[in-house]
Design a protein around this ligand. Sequence first.
Ligand code: COA
Length: 369
Amino acid sequence: MAQTSPSAPSVAVLCGLGGWVPPRIVDNAELSARLDTTDAWITERTGIRHRRHIEPGQATSDLAVEAGRRAVRSAGGAPPDAVLVATTTPDRPCPATAPVVAARLGLAGVPAFDVAAVCTGFLYALATASGLLATGAARRVLVIGADAYSTIVDPGDRTNAVIFGDGAGAVVLRSGSPEELGALGPFDLGSDGAGEDLITVRAGGSRQRSAGDDGPPAGPERFFEMHGRAVYRHAVVRMSGSARAVLDAADWKSDTVAHVVPHQANLRILRSVVEHLGLPEERLVTNIRDLGNTGAASVPLALCDAAADGRLTPGDGVLLTAFGGGLTWGSCVLRWPALPPTVRPATPADPPTPRPGTPGTPTPKEQHP
Ligand code: COA
């Protein structure tokens, strides 16, 4: 870890972007063949046509490593000195996924931890990384949002199975000054734990224990649950309220916002958010049609697709906003920086990086002098 210094620059500047989604496409026809649903219902109610699923044997870290590698490359290849992974689907309840990801990227030794704020996790992780940079505790932070909801959604749950998909997106943040393109901030973050039951996985923690009188969970409480209608209302109110707060704090007028990049919850929710903000729908960035709701990955994956489309040009005002379980919400703004061309997340992965401990795997020192 870098030593703290009183003269450290005070803000985080986005300098790299990458994302990856697994190749397996699950379309509405496939879901309609095995669930009581239709392509028309899914498209009309959610705007989703396809989502991606990992294969058996894969896990969230596999997504995160590929997205992280692409972001580091986009930032010029210098090794980050901290790694944060925002996720609701860690590889295991213990340990965190970030140290595994760091080691597989050849970064063993750096501070690495997970951020748990469900679909707002990426925004929370950006703010946390900004704190590390502001104190001088780190100079270059890899922030990854990665989720594999296909591993926690009940395959027979027609509502959640149609909404969620798997993927990972990442950025590299470096220390810089507030005047630079790519400087993040201000932030608005919030939570309301009174809504804990609206989005939840009930079992596997200390309330419904894996050990003790009840034994390990085997029932439906081990799956992801969501109260769709209530979540819908909260998502619109919280994302538009948080976005408004951050625009006021930044003193940005409507015209300053060239692109709204929200958590990809549901197309109707996203349209409603931009309407509440008084912004035209053309400024909404969405890739939910092709990827569904990818949890903590959705904001950086939407940035990747917009950048790959050539939609984000240096200097553009960009508003990020998200809402998720907890309940949690958060927003921030930045002026888009000049970056190398972004690889589309659906581009095939590099050959897989072996997990540490796999026979023949070099030690982290050998990988990264
Ligand atoms: N196919 C067909 N019918 C479905 C269905 C599906 N995949 N999923 C639910 N339904 C049914 C319901 O059972 C209900 O039937 P009923 O009226 O007979 O009880 C009917 O459709 C309407 O359900 P409702 O929940 O009112 O629909 P909705 O218009 O609110 O859409 C969601 C449901 C989940 C798409 C919507 O509430 C939503 O998007 N919520 C927010 C989800 C979200 O963004 N989550 C992430 C937040 S981070």
